[in-house]
Each structure stands twice: as structure tokens, then as C-alpha cells.
Design a protein around this ligand. Structure first.
Ligand code: GLU
Length: 413
């Protein structure tokens, strides 16, 4: 059977949550489709002198709660449906946490690993020019996602500012020296760590006695692993696209981070026994943090999962048809729109700092963000108890209620 696409998964969960609160059809019609979908074809000169046309997207899912917000993904498998799903998740994420933003996502179908830095710069600048009327500090604010980082955000900021004048608030996740925020690089993984610690408390576990496997060692996974290890949680497995690394006694996460910094990937890392990414998912651990891509947990492997707690660092790592299996096994799932909301929450503070021209120390960023995220966790947890539904569906309920209120207050249109 074909697994549901991320978009199918998003719609399925939205409908399930909407049913629980008997959401009127009017809201369903508005929220279940994107407001605006833009496809751009970008002719870019490659280093060898030839020209290639890259396809890019920007999907504005919703602006009900404010300007749309969401990252830009560079990956070979990016397509419009995936970007639509990711844009929808941003709407729910921002609404759930209570940020004054709607949701959007962008992407370009390309493999950043085979492109030179010069090519990536030309592609990014071309994408920015093509979307110059979509992006804006009061309309649509991009940020990094898979395959992009503060380097690409600097190019977007610069290209956009060449057209409209100095506008740091048009994009977040910028380098510190160009108006970025302290704490933004670590923010998503930091939020995932916070959510994991709250869940550990709800489970009545002790961090020191809890074992954890983290799938994906990019920005989110590596920070989550490092910060969880700092809290005493035993990180027994990590992985990237080269495979998994397992050590029952606990891995030295800082060493692994240093290794990746030097070698680019975990390939050749000797701190743990080699396992596959698939084996990592079904390891005998207390906590599983999928922090890579969508659909890594499906009806094919959900039954074999041994973890009792799953914290979704990635967007959409569990396919919706596997939700039931995971729930029936009694696994507590802290869903993506809650567990990875740290990134966009610090993005929000970056945007605030840019617009005020006043910058906060890192301590203040954490002090401002932690209560927002922890409150969202608590609300989701209580909603999950109230409706006896999964935390995922509870998170959607919270987000949808806020969106429906926004639509009502906007009045007739
Ligand atoms: N791409 C990140 C996410 O999926 C961050 C978005 C942002 O900071 O706007 O949440």
C-alpha cells in the first residue's frame, strides 16, 4: 500500500481534530487549503557555463493570524505537495504556540550537496528576486529549513535589501552579524529538548535513567542530542544519511558533533557500533527523537517500535496511517508542531529585535521563549487528557480553535 503523502497526513489529522470539536464546515473550507501558491522557474548559470532552470515554490497557507512565516527547503525530493503540507504545519505551529503569524513554506527542487557555494548563491538570489513581491517583513517572512542555513538567509536579506533598502526583518535565521538572533541556530533542537524534558516529567521518569535514540544529526538532531545529554539523558544512538551509530552505554555527543564539524558527516565515526537508520527506529530505548525527514515511521515499522515516548524534532516523521498503531501501543507522541516550535519562536524574537533595532542577550531569548513553549506543551497535554485523544490531535485542536477565533474576529468577507 502506498504511504500517505505529507499532505494526506496533514489533512487526515486536521479532519480528525476538526471532528472532535465539531468544527463548522466554513472553517474547514478555509483552513484546509492554502491561500496562495506560487511556482517559479529560475534560470541560473552553473559554474560550467551552462544554464539550468530550477523549479521553486512558495506556499502561503494562511495569513489569518498575521504575516505568513516558514522556512525554505532545498532538497532533491521537494515538490509542491510537500511544500503545501509544510506550509500548513507552520500555520498550525504558529497558532498553537500563539505567535502573531500565519504559515508558509518554500522550497527549491535541488540537491544542495552537489551545488557549489557560488551556484547556491545565484539560485538563492534568483529565488529572492522572483519572490520579491511575496516576501516582506509584514507579509511573508522566510527562514531556514532542511538544506538551508544562515548563509542562504544572508543572501535573501541582502538581495531583498538591494531592491527595497535595508530590511533585516524580511527573513529570520540570519547570521548574528547581519541581524540574526542569539540562540536561533540551537533554537529548534533546544525546543525539542524542552518538550522531551516535560514529557519525561509527565511519564514520571528520571532523565539519568532514560535512554534515547536520535534519528538525524543535522541542525535539529545534533542540538537536541547535545542538549538532552547535558540534561543527563543517555543518548545511545544517533544517525545521519550515512547510517546509525549505537552505544548501549551512551555516546559522547559532543565528540560526535566535533567529528561532523571536521568531516562533514558521521561516516567513519567510531564512537558507536554501526546500525542502519531503520534499526535505529526500532531500538530498545525509552525515547525516540526522529529529527530528519517525513514518513520515517510508517505502517511497515510502527509495530516494531520499542520506545515509549516519541518526540518529533522533524516535521511529519510519522505517516498518518501509522498514528493508530503508535497510539494503540501506548506510545506518547509529542507532535512536530509542538516539539519543533522552538525554531520559529526564536525567529519571532529575531523579527522583533530587527524591527526595534534592539538586541537581546542569549539568556533573555531563552527566558522569553521557554515559558511560551512550555505553556503550549501543558495546554496540549491537558487537551489530550480532556478529549482522550493523542497529543498530536490535541495540538491540532488547540491550533484550530485559535484559527477559528481569528477567522470569526475578522468578520465577514
Ligand atoms: N523551518 C523551521 C520550521 O519548520 C523554522 C521556521 C521559521 O523559523 O520561520 O519550523
Amino acid at each position: 500500500m502506498e504511504k500517505p503523502s505529507p499532505l494526506d497526513s496533514m489533512i487526515a489529522r486536521f479532519n480528525e481534530a476538526a471532528d472532535i470539536i465539531n468544527l463548522d464546515q466554513r472553517y474547514r473550507d478555509i483552513i484546509s487549503v492554502p491561500e496562495r501558491v506560487v511556482t517559479v522557474n529560475l534560470p541560473v548559470k552553473l559554474d560550467d557555463g551552462s544554464t539550468r532552470v530550477f523549479e521553486g515554490y512558495r506556499v502561503i497557507h494562511s495569513t489569518v493570524m498575521g504575516p505568513s512565516k516558514g522556512g525554505i527547503r532545498y532538497a532533491p525530493f521537494v515538490d509542491l505537495d510537500e511544500v503545501k503540507a509544510l506550509a500548513g504545519w507552520m500555520t498550525f505551529k504558529c497558532a498553537l504556540v500563539g505567535l502573531p503569524y500565519g504559515g508558509a513554506k518554500g522550497g527549491i527542487t535541488l540537491n544542495p550537496k552537489v551545488r557549489s557555494i557560488d551556484e547556491l548563491e545565484r539560485i538563492t538570489r534568483s529565488y529572492t528576486r522572483a519572490l520579491k513581491d511575496v516576501f516582506g517583513e509584514d507579509s511573508d517572512i522566510p527562514a531556514p529549513d532542511m538544506g538551508t542555513s544562515n548563509r542562504e538567509m544572508a543572501w535573501i536579506f541582502h538581495e531583498y535589501s538591494r531592491i527595497y533598502g535595508y530590511t533585516p526583518g524580511v527573513v529570520t535565521g540570519k547570521p548574528l552579524h547581519l541581524g540574526g538572533s542569539k540562540g536561533r541556530v540551537a533554537a529548534t533542537g533546544w525546543g525539542t529538548m524542552l518538550a522531551t524534558m516535560q514529557a519525561i516529567e509527565k511519564m514520571n521518569w528520571e532523565p539519568e535513567k532514560s535512554s534515547c535514540a536520535v534519528q538525524g544529526f543535522g541542525n535539529v538532531g545534533s542540538w537536541a542530542a547535545k542538549l538532552l545529554a547535558d540534561q543527563g539523558v543517555k543518548i545511545v544512538a544517533i544517525s545521519d544519511h550515512t547510517g546509525g551509530y549505537y552505544n548501549k552505554e551512551g555516546l559522547k555527543v559532543r565528540e560526535a558533533v566535533a567529528y561532523v564539524k571536521e568531516h562533514g558527516t558521521l561516516e567513519g565515526y567510531t564512537g558507536g557500533e554501526r546500525i542502519t537508520n531503520e534499526e535505529l527506529i526500532t531500538l530498545d530505548v525509552d525515547i525516540l527523537v526522529p529529527a530528519a525527514i517525513e514518513n520515517v515511521i510508517t505502517i511497515e515499522n510502527a509495530e516494531q517500535i520499542q520506545a515509549k515516548l516519541i518526540v518529533e524534532g522533524a516535521n511529519g516523521p510519522i505517516a498518518s496511517d501509522a498514528d493508530k498503531i503508535v497510539d494503540e501501543k501506548g506510545i506518547l507522541v509529542v507532535p512536530d508542531i509542538l516539539a519543533n516550535a522552538g525554531g520559529v519562536s526564536v525567529s519571532y524574537l529575531e523579527w522583533v529585535q530587527n524591527r526595534r533595532g534592539h538586541y537581546y542577550p542569549e539568556e533573555e531569548i531563552r527566558e522569553k521563549t521557554a515559558p511560551i513553549l512550555m505553556d503550549a506543551f501543558e495546554r496540549v497535554y491537558q487537551t489530550h487528557k480532556k478529549y482522550k485523544c493523542s497529543m498530536r490531535i490535541a495540538a491540532y485542536v488547540q491550533a484550530i480553535e485559535r484559527l477559528a477565533t481569528g477567522i470569526d474576529l475578522e468578520g465577514n468577507f
